[in-house]
Design a protein around this ligand. Sequence first.
Ligand SMILES: [Zn+2]
Length: 260
Amino acid sequence: MSTAPNARLLHLKGRLFLSFNLRAVTGLHIGGSPGTLAIGNVDNPVIRDPLTGQPYIPGSSLRGKMRALMEKWLGRPQNNRIGQTTIHVCKQAQDYVSCELCRTFGIPGEYDHSETSRLIVRDAFLTPTSRQELANARTDLPYTEIKWEAAIDRVTSAATPRQLERVPAGAVFAGTLTFNLYNDADTDLRLFGRVLEAMQLLEEDYLGGQGARGSGQVRFEQLRLALRLNEQYEQQLQPFHQAAATLDELIQAWRKQLGS
Ligand SMILES: [Zn+2]
């Protein structure tokens, strides 16, 4: 008999809601498709909201980067090919039950032991203040700058200039994520610590493209964490609201809350 959790038996015990500001400490390049670019004519455009024309951070980009960093942090084997990338997936139920990565970020639905992802990351959009500041700054393109770089031909040493569109340093996006607490809420509350760790890893790494060349350094600010429990959920941790100026502050408060 399998001890694997069954997706059909999932019981939602509560949810954590985390909202935050994500500041571009250096210029941020999250690539869009040149084919759909409506503004300007640049080699490497950033992704923009088709309705407003404003750059945004897709939740999938943020989540994917957090997952990739956590895979390396936990040393999980990257064994499952999805399109151009390879990610870690526990293919056996007995591995899955003890894998904090797969239980946090979910696995493809084709496996019997799959559960819905606990973590949902939403798209992050420019804050009204940041939008206004960028509009006033008269950037190269609406809300963005063009960074020129030189690619050096290794044979001829000729420099070929190329362009990179970036959201300028200092831009701030407002984002939210939701974390579902399923059957064993105590364990799931501890799993949420992995989400905070992944955010910390991201601050030390980069988001989007050209990170090795200085782009994509980000910082989480003005974090607000709230817990909502459903009525059947009887656990000692009381619903709470925690505000923190920095991610480190929130992580400390969270560990204190869990008594660890
Ligand atoms: Zn796994």
